[in-house]
Design a protein around this ligand. Structure first.
Ligand code: FAD
Ligand code: MLT
Ligand code: ZN
Length: 561
């Protein structure tokens, strides 16, 4: 698909194309005489590594001790036992270990057959599990987990394995329990929009299935073609439409969970309102497989909008990005469904990756907005007013607007492909931070400066790119540092600098990707000691033997049993 040339707007008056025009043309306007602002403002006060943006911010002790638990090593007897719990052991068990009973239906495979389960999406974290179990029912999960509990075998729950913090793969040789074969829709209520499904359903498949009935999933992410709804809930994934549809803490109505001792906690409620006791499901949302394996999800889904508009604007400075955000919110109000930003380096990365560039000139920043509503004329009128104002005030310097669904998809891919483009180019250090919006670009610039000072930034150097982008509407900055290879000296330049800086502006070291293995010991940069202690107690209460996702999520704690 190619975007058609701009329809020049005479006398700086912006007119939103009519609906008929919307099906055939897309480039809206251009005011390219303005000289683009320098992308990185020259600065003399380089931010040194140990100095925080807010030096008076409290510093917290970070635990560093290793897991106190010991785990059993798998034997052929264990494989035979696992096979006995499964309705089709030959398709549900993948192992390199010879079962003690050769008639159990399991034939060992080479270690390379497990590579895809042992390595994460970035190829940054790699375990060496010898067993992947793919149960087909909640009961099968419960039997497998109960056995692991009794034998003290460590496990890692795995969904689509698209997590970005090393949470979904073993650290050592944990048994991988995959939800890949738990993939049925259990019910869908067309009146309330309540969906109940197995945890292994793929997000995009669910969206397609309920889309046919006029509904949509309340979350959307670049990994939608692979990630599972159970993994989304386990990571409390945010994504591209969080701004409009909010957190899974609000949308999930109930969960079915297999606890670390094999008990099934049946909380698959479909009620919108239920004030009876502690809301236990909330503990599992964002728990990253640390206190149970989610097998079923009940979730409320919104109506699918009948009218959608997507536009990308070019902007001269990060200040202007924020101003545009303010104007867009006040103009579009209830129809705004996404407000994303990317800097020039992020944009260049996706364009070099092969995504079509709809702009002629280069610009320091780009924002993508999406509106979703039920009345196209109403939405077009709102957008028309918005564009007129943005142009009049020179807040934006150029822009394109999708004229149909396919063009909308192309504009979205400018934003959605950043993660993939970075991954294709090199080893990516990913940071996913919450912070006050005005601070976001500062950190990206500080990092570039820091790498320049160290002489490591450049296409022929150790760090090739530092790109900033994210869900600006949610105060969520993503920084991807694309390196030639993962190297301790590069990591030492980034960490703990990024965490200290973020803590110094009262931000969070994880806005949406979670803690996993990468940040288990770093939670203290965002949460106080007391909170971490209570989290550890909760973990110990559910998982007294520490068999669920060891060495992840929280600093390790002494065993209670
Ligand atoms: P996995 O990666 O398999 O697992 C993630 C964690 O959840 C692990 O700790 C695992 O042990 C645990 N887990 C998985 N399934 C279960 C279960 N059933 N029960 C208990 N624990 C479980 N995240 C965002 O928040 N927003 C984004 O916009 C976003 N975009 C992404 C784009 C790309 C291209 C990629 C690769 C990732 C993106 N992510 C994003 C990361 C995100 O965390 C995941 O994509 C998704 O939520 C993880 O789902 P998954 O099924 O792949 O889980
Ligand atoms: C995104 O917003 O694109 C995702 O969170 C993934 C990423 O940043 O890599
Ligand atoms: Zn994101």
């Amino acid at each position: 698909m190619s975007l058609l040339p701009a329809a020049k707007i005479g006398g700086r008056r912006v007119v939103l194309p009519s609906r008929a025009a919307l099906t055939s043309s897309s480039r809206l306007f251009t005011t390219s005489t303005a000289t683009p602002a320098p992308r990185v403002s020259p600065r003399t006060n380089v931010f040194p590594s140990k100095v925080l943006a807010n030096p008076s911010a409290p510093r917290r002790a970070l635990a560093t001790h290793a897991s106190p638990h010991t785990y059993a090593k798998l034997t052929g007897e264990d494989i035979t036992a696992f096979a006995s719990f499964l309705s089709s052991p030959s398709s549900s068990l993948l192992t390199t270990i010879q079962p003690s009973d050769s008639s159990c239906g399991v034939k060992p495979v080479g270690q390379d057959e497990l590579d895809g389960y042992n390595a994460d999406w970035m190829n940054k974290y790699k375990g060496r599990s010898q067993l992947v179990v793919k149960p087909k029912s909640t009961q099968e999960v419960a039997d497998v987990v109960k056995y692991c509990y009794e034998k003290r075998i460590a496990v890692v729950p795995q969904g689509g394995n698209t997590g970005l913090v090393g949470g979904s793969v073993p650290v050592e040789d944990e048994v991988i329990i995959s939800t890949a074969l738990l993939n049925k829709v259990r019910s869908f209520d067309e009146v309330s929009g309540t969906l109940v499904c197995d945890a292994g359903c793929i997000l995009e498949s669910l969206d397609r299935e309920i889309g046919a009935k006029g509904y949509m999933m309340p979350l959307d992410l670049g990994a939608k073609g692979s990630c599972h709804i159970g993994g989304n809930v386990a990571t409390n994934a945010g994504g591209l439409r969080f701004l409009r549809y909010g957190s899974l803490h609000g949308n999930v109505l109930g969960l079915e969970v297999v606890l670390p001792n094999g008990e099934v906690l049946d909380g698959l409620s479909t009620l919108r309102k239920d004030n009876t006791g502690f809301d236990l499901k909330q503990l599992f949302i964002g728990s990253e497989g640390s206190i149970g394996l989610i097998t079923g999800v009940s979730i409320v889904t919104p109506r699918r909008p009948s009218a959608q508009n997507v536009a990308v604007f070019a902007v001269d400075s990060f200040d202007a990005v924020q101003q545009v955000f303010g104007r867009v919110k006040s103009h579009c109000g209830e129809i705004l469904s996404a407000f994303e930003f990317m800097d020039q380096d992020a944009f260049n990365l996706v364009v070099h990756h092969g995504i079509k560039n709809p702009f002629e000139a280069k610009h320091p920043f780009y924002v993508l907005i999406e509106t979703s509503g039920s009345n196209k004329d109403h939405d077009d009128e709102k957008l028309s007013g918005l564009l007129e104002e943005l142009m009049e005030s020179s807040m934006i310097t150029d822009g394109v607007m999708a004229q149909d669904e396919s063009q909308a998809g192309s504009l979205w891919s400018l934003r959605e492909s950043i993660a993939e483009a970075a991954g294709k180019k090199g080893a990516v250090y990913k940071y996913d931070l919450s912070m006050p919006i005005p601070k976001m670009n500062e950190l990206v610039e500080h990092l570039r400066q820091r790498f320049n000072d160290a002489g490591v930034l450049g296409q022929d150097k150790q760090i090739k790119d530092v790109v900033g982008y994210g869900h600006i509407g949610d105060g969520n900055l993503h920084i991807n540092i694309v390196a030639e290879a993962y190297a301790p000296e590069i990591e030492a330049l980034i960490e703990p600098y990024v965490y200290e800086w973020t803590s110094g502006v009262q931000g969070s070291i994880s806005a949406e990707h979670g803690l996993g293995y990468m940040k288990a010991e770093k939670i203290g940069y965002t949460k106080g000691q007391k909170s971490v202690e209570w989290m550890q107690r909760i973990k110990g209460l559910f998982d007294e033997r520490g068999i669920f996702n060891p060495n992840k999520y929280l600093p390790s704690q002494p065993a209670s049993k």
